[in-house]
Design a binder for this molecule. Structure first.
Ligand SMILES: C[S@@+](CC[C@H](N)C(=O)[O-])C[C@H]1O[C@@H](n2cnc3c(N)ncnc32)[C@H](O)[C@@H]1O
Length: 424
């Protein structure tokens, strides 16, 4: 019998039930908990793609669906309809999508009586949905996050960022060696900053050079902090908050003597696995960065943060979070900067970065750190790298990267990066 895709769709709906439910979970937590482990690899990829695409287009899907619903059905049926709507409006074959969704509902213990509704609504969407979909605005972020981001960057930038979130993200790779050779190997584009960008990539682990450890996945923006740090062969470099190790691998590939620290046991296992796959070495310490001792030539602090810069890759974040834990993270970031400063040799440099769009986790952190530390200055010259625009340099001397930058090349994650020099 032909694969009807019911299993992948059922798993996508289950993930959406969890992410959008009363006790919201992040997709990364669900995946780490093995939510898709029982599916064959193709279905796993399909389920994840369907859930991600549905979250990206959630507002559009809900707008189309509200025309056909007199009252809100239970969350699972809403998610069935949302997944079906997104598929239908993005070119899915009407017959296949509607049948799969009706089968999915028919086999549900408690909701099978809603198969008629599912059938009727999705048939209407199949008829008038695709044209209406294309005319709708790019989905907006939920208010709790939209407000602070408009305050920080203004309404036009917000709209551009929402367009970038809806567009999603290509696959970005960092080469262990020659980036030009990697671009040729994987059929990607070499960006000015040295990242290799691949459009419409398939399964990562089957791509050329993966098994040989010739590259790792890393967003173009996330590769810039290590370039700003500019590690030299033989320098002692402390990589604080290192897991899963993208920047650790960059530092080690540059020939630095790297000590990588992360407080998470399972995430540190991933650092070790990643280093082993690419054949690079670093000393690893699983502990709180605030308990680290020693003295280093250079330090990279990729602090835990809201991760709001990564929403084009993680569209679950604005739904699974509500900002309530951001205050604690902002406080921790300040503590981490202060402790890292005690570990830096005179004349050394600390690169502080976060994958956040909130100034409190970037520009404001640096402003406040400069007030606390008389021996700290900002090194603007360190930011002048190939592909890095002068326009991205902020008043206090950091680098502000946003998802709407490089829009014609596929965008980049949001990041903040600053290089802080200690007096010699
Ligand atoms: C943004 S991620 C780091 C990404 C990593 N640098 C990379 O490039 O792959 C932040 C990390 O900080 C770690 N973390 C959170 N609080 C920490 C603490 N107090 N000490 C050390 N690591 C911490 C988390 O476990 C998480 O792995």
């Amino acid at each position: 019998m032909a694969d009807t895709g019911v299993q992948a769709r059922r798993s996508a709906v289950y993930m959406l039930d969890q992410i959008l439910g009363d006790e919201p979970r992040l997709m990364s937590e669900l995946l780490a908990g093995g939510v898709l482990d029982k599916l064959p690899p193709d279905d796993r990829a399909r389920a994840q793609r369907l859930a991600v695409e549905t979250l990206r287009g959630l507002e559009r899907a809900d707008r189309l669906l509200q025309k056909h619903l007199n009252k809100q059905p239970p969350l699972t049926i809403r998610n069935v309809l949302r997944v079906g709507t997104v598929e239908l409006c993005q070119g899915g074959a009407a017959h296949g999508v509607v049948n799969a969704m009706v089968n999915l509902v028919s086999s549900h213990n408690k909701l099978s009586h809603l198969k008629g509704l599912t059938n009727a609504v999705l048939r209407k969407i199949a008829t008038d949905g695709p044209e209406a979909w294309a005319a709708l605005r790019a989905p907006r972020l939920p208010k709790w996050l939209r407000g602070p981001l408009i305050e920080a960057w203004g309404p036009d930038a917000m709209a551009a960022m929402e367009t970038a979130h809806f567009a999603g993200a290509p696959l970005d790779l960092t080469a262990k060696g020659d980036a030009k050779a990697l671009a040729a190997l994987v059929g990607g584009t070499l960006l000015e900053t040295g990242t290799v960008r691949v459009e419409n990539a398939g399964q990562v682990s089957t791509m050329p050079g993966f098994a040989e450890g010739e590259w790792w996945v890393q967003d173009a923006a996330a590769a810039i902090p290590v370039q700003v740090l500019a590690p030299q062969t033989g320098e002692t470099v402390l990589d604080l908050c290192a897991a899963p190790g993208g920047k650790t691998m960059q530092l080690a590939a540059a020939g630095a003597e790297v000590t990588a620290v992360d407080s998470s046991v399972p995430r540190m296992v991933r650092v070790k696995e990643n280093l082993a796959r690419v054949g690079l070495t670093a000393k690893t310490l699983t502990k709180d960065a605030r308990a680290v001792k020693g003295s280093f030539d250079a330090i990279l602090l990729d602090a835990p943060c809201s991760a709001t810069g990564t929403m084009r890759r993680h569209p679950d974040l604005p739904y699974a979070k509500d900002g309530s834990e951001f205050g604690d993270l902002i406080e921790l970031q300040g503590e981490l900067i202060d402790h890292a400063w005690t570990l830096l040799k005179p004349g050394g440099r600390l690169v502080f970065c976060t994958c956040s769009l909130l100034p409190d986790e970037g520009e404001v952190q640096v402003d406040e750190a400069l007030e606390r530390h008389e021996d700290m200055t900002v090194d603007r010259d360190a930011l002048r790298r190939d592909g890095v625009s002068e326009d991205w340099i902020t008043s206090e001397g950091g680098l502000r990267l946003r998802p709407d930058f490089w829009a014609d090349q596929g965008g980049m994650d949001g990041f903040y990066i600053a290089c802080l020099r200690k007096a010699g």
